[in-house]
Write a protein that binds this ligand. Sequence first.
Ligand code: ZN
Length: 157
Amino acid sequence: MRLDQMYQEVILDHYKNPHGKGLVEPFDSQVHHVNPTCGDEITLRVKLSGAAGSQVVESVSFDSQGCSISQASASVLHDQVEGVSLDQAFLTLDEFSSLMKSATAEVTLDEELLGDAIAFEGVAQYPARIKCALLAWMAFKDAAVQATSAAQPAGDE
Ligand code: ZN
């Protein structure tokens, strides 16, 4: 099987069996993002745990509608950032952003951080679809930042 066919399979599998779909409680923040060029929409919730500075992404859930790329990307996002430290989640987000620029720029990718997200490499060649792939990730970034600023301060040192 060719690599791009394998990648297609991964995306199709996440599209058919999305991970993290269905909004859960409790949550620290909720955002709603749209990609008007394609009509994709996502509502995403984030719950963090731990003290400020060493927070962990306890849960990421979403409800979404739209094209297969946007749906599959949200599922992959869930897999890659739920249960990891907030620092690692943001690093993964950076990696995914780099991946989306890989068609036009020289980038070095950390495949371990990306996991199944590497399957979206081919999407980088289609500028119109990049926003579809990034939708869930930008929603996560927004929600995580909101959740961080809502968190209790660690206390006076
Ligand atoms: Zn789309």
